[in-house]
Design a protein around this ligand. Structure first.
Ligand code: NVA
Length: 310
């Protein structure tokens, strides 16, 4: 069966553990496994800006023995010049897997339904599941391994309606985390995602909570994460968003309310002085550079899993 990774709950808790263990193993030995040797080609397509995702996928596919085929989104113009389904039919006949960063989750789902090869979400408006795999790898790296993740208290503060909020809810619940989203009342996560995350958490021993106060969100937690207040595609709303989310800035005073050894995550790019202060981002509790590195290891583990399952 062709397996995809379109949203965080496409991996069961057991499968997520396997992928995270493999990600940690790739940290130790980058050439541990080469499931794309041949080389098998993996198409990587960007309809939005990218740095970490492009570098980590292209590097990772090459290290897996494959050929990273970078498709320029503005040339392919998927869904404009040619339908998503027709693009999927063409790509699926030539490449071993497709990695796509685009806007609508529905387009990614259509690609997966038609391609016949694994499709990976490299960020949509709704989810960014590869980032959360990297974040969980980072927590496992800094704490006691994958087995230590369950029961971790995790606060995400800022825009509760964006892709990172949704992926932390689903991916965190899958790992058995207690996920608290701290966000204003006008930036709520999709209720269907919250309900699905709560259902997963009920089985993994985690929990999900949405609160509207920064202090309540971060009090006593093991991990604090944040993200830009203006996601790609929302640039026109930037000024308004700075006002809406100001009360959720992650600064030293907020971090001091978390556990004294709490780790700080940020998927980057970060805007110092906006969603996070320089003091926190560049401070001793921040593990954001490991987090960025772990995109490589986590995605190699994910691609290995998908290519071997499919
Ligand atoms: N929420 C951000 C994540 C960037 C990696 C965005 O979509 O722009």
């Amino acid at each position: 069966m062709t397996r995809h990774f379109l949203r965080d709950d496409d991996l069961t808790p057991d499968e997520q553990r396997v992928v995270l263990e493999l990600a940690l193993a790739f940290r130790e030995d980058r050439y541990l496994r080469r499931p794309a040797a041949g080389p098998r080609s993996v198409a990587v397509i960007f309809d939005k800006p990218t740095l970490r995702t492009q570098v980590s996928f292209l590097t990772g596919i090459a290290e897996l023995g494959g050929f990273p085929l970078l498709l320029e989104g503005s040339l392919a113009r998927i869904g404009v010049r040619e339908s998503v389904a027709d693009t999927a039919r063409v790509l699926g006949r030539q490449v071993a897997a497709i990695v796509w960063r685009t806007f609508a989750q529905a387009d990614l789902e259509e690609m997966a339904a038609t391609a016949g090869v694994p499709v990976v979400n490299a960020l949509t408006d709704e989810f960014h599941p590869c980032q959360v795999l990297a974040d969980l790898t980072t927590l496992a790296q800094h704490r006691g391994g994958v087995a230590s993740l369950a029961g971790t208290t995790f606060a995400y503060v800022g825009d509760g309606a964006n892709n990172m909020a949704h992926s932390y809810l689903l991916g965190g619940a899958t790992a058995g985390l207690h996920v608290r989203v701290g966000t204003p009342v006008d930036a709520l996560p999709d209720p269907a995602v919250v309900a699905r995350a709560a259902e997963i958490a009920a089985a993994t021993g985690g929990s999900v909570t949405v609160v509207h106060d920064l202090v309540e969100a971060v009090a006593g937690v093991d991990v604090v994460a944040t993200d830009t207040w203006t996601s790609m595609g929302q640039e026109g709303e930037a000024q308004d968003r700075e006002h809406r989310f100001e009360a959720f800035r992650l600064d030293a005073a907020a971090l001091a309310l978390a556990r004294s050894d709490a780790l700080v995550l940020h998927c980057l790019p970060a805007y110092r002085g906006k969603e996070i202060t320089a003091e926190v981002l560049d401070g001793p509790q921040s593990v954001v550079w490991d987090e960025a590195e772990n995109r490589l290891h986590a995605q190699k583990a994910l691609l290995t899993f998908l290519l071997e399952q499919s």
